[in-house]
Design a protein around this ligand. Structure first.
Ligand SMILES: [Mn+2]
Length: 328
């Protein structure tokens, strides 16, 4: 399946302004940050001013080295109204926390690979739900101008692709087109090996104990079709927020025989629980996440609720009861 190319309206948008704010969703990840960095570098090469914004919080190790390139506060008075706004890896500035009210009114283009939950923002949209990462869309934009990414841009683009695809594991029918784009990054000297070492090595021992703790909370429901794990507010504090990584957790649980979905509930505050959903194959967890106020992809989705862990779990089990048509 060929990935859509950027619409002419977007290429025009990128010529139109002397400068751009580039922002992406809160809780940045490799894809949002990699997309922002590569895009900023490319636009600067074209003589544009760029201000990179990120609402944070910065929780992931693989993006930590880039934090100093991003601005995390901006007052309404400081906003340059001659700039355009580029929203990446989400389709609404409502996902940008403190910036959502500040950037209202700027001409906006949205570049995203999620199916929009509701109406996407911006007069200009490049939304390709078949793209496994936003970085591939940025690469397609760069190539649409007849340019190629610099080696540094290529490294940022590869990083986003690698993290959003669980290092290639989640690629499906879009693989052929994606790997063609990737091959051009590899020609710049960016290899899976170098990105893997940079991204998935050097974790603290504590981060592995955190995984062990979560794994030990695993409860099977619906005859093992749904596996639920969690961490409570107090414990979440104890483990600290540095270098937490849950991808290996999903990898372990999704490989359990008979498992059709995995849920990880993180009670962040007494009345705030974030829920991550994964499925190995056909079960579409994005539909459940959307019903409960979130979004995502068929096999990886999530939402945040103002419920305690116990309440959030009850609400989630009710949704899965409808999916499986039986009691937990
Ligand atoms: Mn993404």
């Amino acid at each position: 399946m060929a990935l859509q190319s950027p619409p002419p309206s977007l290429l025009h948008f990128l010529e139109q302004y002397p400068g751009y704010y580039i922002i992406a969703h809160e809780e940045p990840d490799g894809d949002s940050i990699g997309s922002q960095l590569a895009f900023a570098s490319f636009l600067r090469r074209r003589g544009k001013q760029v201000i990179l914004l990120s609402p944070g919080p910065w929780q992931r190790k693989e993006i930590a080295p880039y934090r100093s390139f991003f601005v995390d506060t901006l007052s309404r008075a400081e906003v340059n109204n001659r700039f355009g706004l580029l929203v990446l890896d989400c389709s609404s500035i409502s996902r940008t926390a403190q910036f959502a009210t500040i950037l209202v009114g700027l001409d906006t283009a949205v570049i995203d690979h999620h199916q929009p939950n509701g109406v996407a923002q911006g007069a200009v949209q490049y939304i390709e739900p078949h793209a496994p990462s936003t970085t591939l869309l940025i690469q397609k934009i760069i190539e649409s101008f007849g340019e190629t990414p610099t080696p540094e841009e290529a490294r940022h683009l590869f990083l986003g692709f690698a993290t959003d695809t669980g290092f290639f594991r989640h690629l499906e029918v879009e693989a052929a087109d994606s790997l063609e784009l990737l091959s051009r990054l590899a020609r710049k000297g960016i290899t899976p090996k170098s990105i893997y070492r940079e991204t998935f090595g050097s974790y603290s021992l504590e981060s592995r104990l955190y995984l062990a703790r979560i794994l030990s909370t695993m409860e099977p429901y619906f005859q093992g079709k749904l596996l639920i794990t969690h961490i409570l507010h107090e414990e979440y504090q104890t483990f600290g927020s540095d270098h937490r990584q849950s991808d290996p957790l999903y990898q372990l649980l999704l490989s359990v025989e008979g498992c059709e979905a995995v849920a990880f509930l993180r009670e962040e505050e007494q009345r705030k629980t974030s829920v991550s959903l994964r499925s190995p194959d056909t079960l579409n967890v994005a539909l459940i996440a959307q019903k409960l106020g979130g979004g995502g992809h068929k096999n990886a989705a999530g939402y945040v609720t103002s419920l305690s862990y116990q309440e959030a779990k009850a609400e989630l089990l009710e949704q899965f009861r409808l999916v499986f048509g039986s009691n937990p």
